[in-house]
Design a protein around this ligand. Structure first.
Ligand code: SF4
Length: 250
């Protein structure tokens, strides 16, 4: 039997309105022109401009790695009411959850938690150890889907990525239209070096994830993160041994 092609009118109208809203949001700026204009801004100036443009409709993503600590500090200095969220994959390191709690206390903020089905439900539906059999699917369920839901509530988001993180991030502008999620994205510390990050953390006494002092330059889920060896790049400890380099968010 042929599948039904009946379109629910209410659903079609909702989709039309959502597409219209996305088009209007995308038309607010000429992405390339604005990115070039604000490239000389420092990270605090980028965040000031971001809050001026988007007010409360901007969400700051936190992975509880060292760059999250920096961005949190800069953002709360500019706007004490800044909103922060994180993706809880249920597979984060205990040190990462502890860092979350220390940062919440240090900056007096609440993190909004976004997540998906439990690991048990995932195993039931998709098989055991999906991170080994199909890591893209696992990241899709545990990261990309909750990210999409989180970002559907705002017009812009802030990430802590840096150009020197990896080849795939080398061309990241400080401001861009994020086609993956159909909203605006800020990368305020895109041009920071590793040294800039550590200097800032130590100068201001900001809490950071202790795994960074144990050989983990980049920290994700327990199943897919390992310490790196001297001479390896900071991202070599993520999905080691597979061709995967990103979880699908940045
Ligand atoms: S990083 Fe690994 S465990 Fe975490 S969501 Fe992706 S594949 Fe799954």
């Amino acid at each position: 039997m042929e599948p039904s092609t009946t379109i629910n009118p209410a659903q079609a109208e909702a989709e039309r309105k959502a597409e219209e809203a996305t088009r209007a949001l995308a038309a607010r700026f000429d992405a390339e022109k604005e990115a070039a204009r604000i490239e000389p801004f420092d990270a605090s100036q980028i965040l000031e401009w971001a809050f001026e443009q988007f007010g409360e409709d901007i969400y700051i993503a936190c992975s509880f790695q060292k760059t999250s600590s920096v961005v949190m500090h800069l953002a709360t200095e500019v706007n004490p009411n800044a909103r922060f969220f994180y993706l809880d994959t249920d597979f984060l390191f205990p040190e990462t959850y502890e860092t979350r709690d220390r940062l919440a206390g240090h900056f007096n903020v609440d993190f909004e938690r976004w997540h998906n089905i439990t690991p048990e439900e995932q195993a039931r539906q998709f098989g055991d150890q999906l991170w080994k059999t199909d890591p893209d699917a696992c990241c899709g369920i545990r990261k990309v889907d909750p990210m999409r839901r989180a970002l559907s509530t705002v017009d812009a988001w802030v990430a802590g990525i840096r150009r020197e993180d990896s080849a795939t991030r080398a061309g990241s502008p400080k401001f861009m239209w994020d086609k993956k999620f159909d909203i605006w994205k800020f990368n305020p510390i895109a041009d920071w070096t590793e040294r800039d990050v550590w200097t800032h953390l130590h100068k201001h006494g900001i809490p950071y994830n202790p795994l960074h002092d144990q050989g983990y330059p980049s920290i994700g889920c327990t199943h897919c993160t390992r310490p790196v060896l001297p001479g390896q790049s900071s991202r070599d400890g993520r999905w080691s041994g597979s061709g995967k380099t990103e979880c699908g968010i940045n």
